[in-house]
Design a protein around this ligand. Sequence first.
Ligand SMILES: Nc1ncnc2c1ncn2[C@@H]1O[C@H](COP(=O)(O)OP(=O)(O)O)[C@@H](O)[C@H]1O
Ligand SMILES: [Mg+2]
Length: 241
Amino acid sequence: MSDILLQLSGVHTHIGPYHILQGVDLSVPRAQLTMLLGRNGAGKSTTLRTIMGLWRASAGSITLEQTALTQLATADIALRGIAYVPENMGIFSDLSVRENMLLAARSGPINQQRLDWIFSLFPALQQFWQKPAGKLSGGQKQMVAISRAIIEKRKLYMFDEPSKGLAPVMVNSMISALRELKKEGATILLVEQNLAVAQALGDRVAVMDSGKIIHQGSMQEFSGNAALQQQLLGLNVGAHA
Ligand SMILES: Nc1ncnc2c1ncn2[C@@H]1O[C@H](COP(=O)(O)OP(=O)(O)O)[C@@H](O)[C@H]1O
Ligand SMILES: [Mg+2]
């Protein structure tokens, strides 16, 4: 029915002797924000890493539009138009914020209009522009990580728990930035454990448990159904801010 940008079908991932993803079926519709929820250890980060080819799927298919990703190298997957911010944010501590941004632009020099837009999303970025990224607070680092991911338009943006460990004011500024990104029709796959953040941003929701997707639907339906939330997320609902 809807236009699917990224599709995972029956994806299995083994890490060494461990069978982590056990048949993941996940649809990410175009121009929507899909929240990937689930308790600790459910397999959310492994799913994003498998999409990027950082872990190899041992079975199943992953397609971005018409392209099968499972046989491609990570660099080629990124070049197909996927921006990925891992849990550790993947920024270069020894480089300045400016240098981090320069490295993130793949197609040439940074577009000034795009940069001005990013400064409007994260005004504080300008204040620590020349500072080594390693000297920033966790929240400031997360701003740099998100800014790097959106410095050029991509088909798909994937963020792994960007709210983790952030002060509430930082979480709010991240939520507004992602709202602005949504306004350009961006397709986003966002891993979250914080249900408030999920509800503030999500159009769609997918819930993982034990290496499988156990529920997919609209965020509106999910938000209105406390029993379903309890059943799917158990005690982890709003576990950390
Ligand atoms: N490098 C690894 N080696 C062994 N097991 C791992 C590794 N990474 C993740 N796992 C295991 O895979 C499962 C899913 O982890 P993960 O995808 O990080 O979960 P989530 O992001 O949902 O918290 C967990 O049981 C975790 O212990
Ligand atoms: Mg994780």
